[in-house]
Design a protein around this ligand. Structure first.
Ligand code: SAH
Ligand code: SF4
Length: 347
């Protein structure tokens, strides 16, 4: 079996080279080729000797991203459909904004969490993605931006899947994203979003200085368990307790995501409950209008309701924003990613 180098963080590259009798420092060169220069093959790695390159290409692989489709939105958002080696597909979304360009990556094919409002959840779980597959989304976007003289500034794990259910591979990717020999992104520019896998949320935030976003979506256990079955395993008391414990690197806040569902969780009294629940925790509340998709029939409340909800949070002293709809015309917004499952299901 050839050794897959893509997806290896610097420490693994060093151990691999050491086991091959090579100098460890070559790992830095290799890492730069993989994650900074976006090399397509070993032959172009000109600062490595020819015999070494030949040895690498004999025993190793370097899987490249395979993007089948790019859809562009009128607001500049782009959605990428990646084909994986076993024929499965996943999506990523590039969101250019004033002063930053964010890539929203997938970490699993489908998702086992089955949140009632989410298109990915409706597919169910297919499999975990490998670190190579996850990082290749970033490689693809990074290369595309570099070719246009731009650069990727932020990565959010808010695409398909529950990143903390694919913990080991996601940790390898975080290592690569943060490393000076990798993408060299600051921790505050990386956000891992979770439905609330409490133990791993704590261990991940202890291990990496990245931002954590918690998808709360309800302020009481009955409703949250109905919308997000994981709440039965880790109810609000534990989740909120964990949010209090997350080490807040350099004074950062925990992001709370709250999808507004008309008539379900969007009343002023829901907002008051949420404010009470979050009291004393340094949070930034992102209110996300529900994005419609083919798998469910929730409805987004009107803007005035979203604003009234936000005002309650702000009056309670919290930072709260109503997230704007990006890429909605190409079904690239939060919770709409399903990687063409409908077409493939019908074929
Ligand atoms: N599994 C992780 C990350 C991916 S989901 C998590 O749940 O946090 C990213 C965000 O999309 C979550 O906050 C989720 O609540 C939100 N979301 C899911 N479906 C949505 C929809 N249809 N409209 C708006 N947001 C949605
Ligand atoms: Fe999975 Fe997140 Fe969707 Fe829930 S909201 S089904 S955890 S991707």
């Amino acid at each position: 079996m050839p050794v897959e180098l893509k997806g290896m963080p610097i420490g693994e590259l060093e151990s691999f080279l050491f086991s091959e009798g090579k100098e460890r420092f070559r790992a830095r060169q290799l890492s730069r080729w993989l994650y900074q220069r976006f090399a397509d093959d070993f032959s172009g790695m000109t600062d490595l000797s020819k015999p070494f390159r030949e040895k690498l290409s004999g025993g190793c692989t370097l899987t490249l991203p395979s993007c089948d489709l790019i859809e562009g939105s009128s607001d500049g958002t782009e959605k990428y459909l990646f084909r994986l080696e076993d024929g499965e597909s996943v999506e990523s979304v590039l969101i250019p904004e004033e002063g930053r360009t964010t890539l929203c990556v997938s970490s699993q094919v489908g998702c086992a969490m089955r949140c009632g409002f989410c298109a990915t959840g409706a597919i169910g779980f297919k499999r975990n993605m490998t670190a190579a597959e996850i990082v290749n989304q970033v490689v693809f976007a990074g290369k595309r931006l570099k070719d246009a003289n731009q650069c990727l500034t932020n990565v959010v794990f808010m695409g398909m899947g529950e990143p903390l259910e694919n913990y080991d591979e996601v940790c390898r990717v975080l290592d690569i994203l943060l490393s000076v020999y990798g993408f060299h992104l600051a921790g505050k520019r990386i956000t891992v979003s979770t439905s609330g896998v409490v133990p791993r949320m704590l261990s991940l935030s202890e291990r990496f200085p990245v931002s954590i976003a918690v998808s709360l979506n309800a302020a009481n256990d009955d409703l949250r368990s109905e919308l997000m079955p994981i709440n039965r395993k880790y109810p609000l008391k534990e989740l909120i307790g964990a949010m209090r414990q997350i080490p807040l690197h350099r004074g950062r806040k925990v992001t709370v995501e709250y999808v507004l569902l008309q008539g379900v969780n969007d009343s002023v009294s829901d907002a008051r409950d949420l404010a009470r629940l979050l009291r004393g925790i340094p949070v930034k509340v992102n209110l996300i209008p529900f994005n419609a998709h083919e798998f469910g029939d929730f409805v987004s409340p009107p803007r005035s309701v979203a604003d009234a909800f936000r005002d309650v949070m702000v009056d309670a002293g919290m930072l709260a924003i109503t997230r704007s709809r990006r890429g909605n015309d190409i079904s690239a917004a939060c919770g709409q990613l399903s990687a063409g499952q409908k077409e493939s299901a019908g074929s």
